[in-house]
Design a protein around this ligand. Structure first.
Ligand code: HSE
Length: 438
């Protein structure tokens, strides 16, 4: 084994930076046996020098200027753990321009600027590895890019945001309110610096954009993703869903259809008996349907210092093994050869096909259900189940809950508009999407 170490420059001395340092040190010998040579962090950059010092612990150089690291002739691989699309983008592009390989956990950067970054990396003959960008420690990128290459992937559905899964689990389990649980998620360190990215579904959309590109060999198209978070979700629907045998999860879904690719994030009812419905707390899980293998499910921690470091270091080992290989012999960034990407369009949400859960506030009198089902039938929407709650004492209105079979989103929207116009229906109809994932 060559004893000359490969040198790493670490940008960002936060939680994951600390975890990467700790795991690399603890498992140094074993990692070197796998990689073929030692992997050594030679410099840590952070605006907060104290933090950099804390992480480095005197074991390497520190600096508050990350631009020095991406230009440092001693550095072979730059690990970008800064996040966001500002300075991180400049640093990654500079590192590539300087011939450095890049390992990044930055899902926003790849989902929004991945096409430009991979093109630059390909032109320069360097690798950009990003296992840590999706579902933390779960090796889902490796699975899609390498383990499942025989398959025509049909769809992926993932719980890929731990913060929202934690919030939904706690709301269902303990009957707690959204705000209380969000504070707890922040205290536990799951939430992004700006938690709106988590609760509005943006973080999950970044991740499903990346998975979609890998699964179908299409460019990153985050701007075409449909995104709906959990911030408008009512606890009542979590309760009714449970009574009907479903759990509500924030899913990132991408599916290949003859007309194009579905790319969407929204709260989704899934049958409680599915394994993925039982993924609770801050855990992540990704379900992949391939034509040869069938369903495979990947489960694990989607965030945290050492789980994410596990993914970062796996990339470091990959880059160390492959950096002397001819670029044409490496695994392509997006699993498909770069000149073989497809122009399959992303479908607008109106054209997506799924099932629905509807909750309506209706007058409890004869003919109401008939009026509503007539409207649904007029849009060719077939009903799967209906429950009507007993009206509370002294109330004339009651909740009516309906599950539909699959239909196009535009059809359900048209039906809802007509249902809401009925004088016996009070207020807005609550509409959630439902997937069998069978
Ligand atoms: N905020 C993210 C989550 C962390 O809650 O899953 C990892 O991307």
């Amino acid at each position: 084994m060559s004893i000359k170490p490969i040198n790493v420059g670490l940008l960002g001395a936060g939680t994951v930076g600390g975890g990467t340092f700790a795991v690399l040190r603890r498992n140094a010998e074993e990692i070197a046996r796998r990689a073929g040579r030692p992997i050594r962090i030679t410099v840590v950059a952070d605006k907060n020098l104290e933090l950099a010092e804390q992480v480095a612990g005197g074991a390497c150089r520190i600096t508050d200027d990350a631009f020095l690291v991406v230009a440092d002739p001693e550095v072979d691989i730059v690990v970008e753990l800064i996040g966001g699309c500002g300075v991180a983008k400049d640093l990654v592009l500079k590192a590539i321009a300087n011939g450095k390989h890049v390992v990044t956990a930055n899902k926003a950067l790849l989902a929004m600027h991945g096409n430009e970054i991979f093109k630059a990396a390909q032109d320069k003959g360097v690798m950009v590895a990003f296992e840590a960008a999706v579902a933390g420690g779960i090796p889902i990128i490796k699975a899609l890019r390498e383990g499942l290459t025989a398959n025509r992937i049909q769809w992926i559905a993932g719980i890929i945001n731990g913060t929202t899964n934690f919030i939904l689990s706690e709301m269902r389990d303990k009957g707690l309110g959204f705000d209380t649980v969000l504070k707890e998620a922040q205290r536990l360190g799951y939430a992004e610096a700006d938690p709106t990215f988590d609760i509005e579904g943006v973080d999950a959309a970044h991740k499903i954009t990346i998975l979609s590109a890998l699964a179908f060999g299409i460019p990153m198209q985050f701007d075409k993703a449909y995104i709906e978070g959990i911030n408008k979700l009512d606890a009542t629907d979590i309760k009714y869903a449970e009574q009907l045998g479903y759990r509500i999860k924030l899913l990132g879904i991408t599916r290949r259809t003859p007309e194009g690719v579905e790319l969407r994030v929204h709260p989704t009812l899934i049958p409680s008996k599915r394994l993925i419905a039982n993924v609770e707390g801050a855990m992540n899980a990704v379900l992949v349907q391939g034509d040869a293998v069938g369903s495979t499910l990947y489960y694990g921690k989607g965030a945290g210092a050492e789980p994410t470091a596990s993914a970062v270091i796996a990339d470091l080992v990959d880059v160390t093994r492959m950096h002397t290989a001819d670029p044409g012999h490496r695994v392509p960034h997006l699993a498909f050869q770069p000149d073989q990407l497809s122009d399959l369009p992303i479908l607008p949400m109106n054209e997506v096909t799924t099932s629905y859960y509807l909750r309506l506030r209706v007058q409890d009198k004869p003919g109401v259900l008939a009026d509503i089902t007539r409207i649904l039938a007029g849009e060719q929407i077939s009903i799967d189940a209906v429950i009507q709650k007993e009206p509370a004492e002294d109330e004339e209105q009651t909740d009516l809950i309906m599950l539909t079979h699959q239909t196009r989103e535009k059809r359900i929207n048209a039906a809802i508009a007509r249902v809401e116009a009925l004088p016996v229906v009070a207020g807005k109809v609550t509409r959630l999407r439902l997937e069998q994932l069978g």
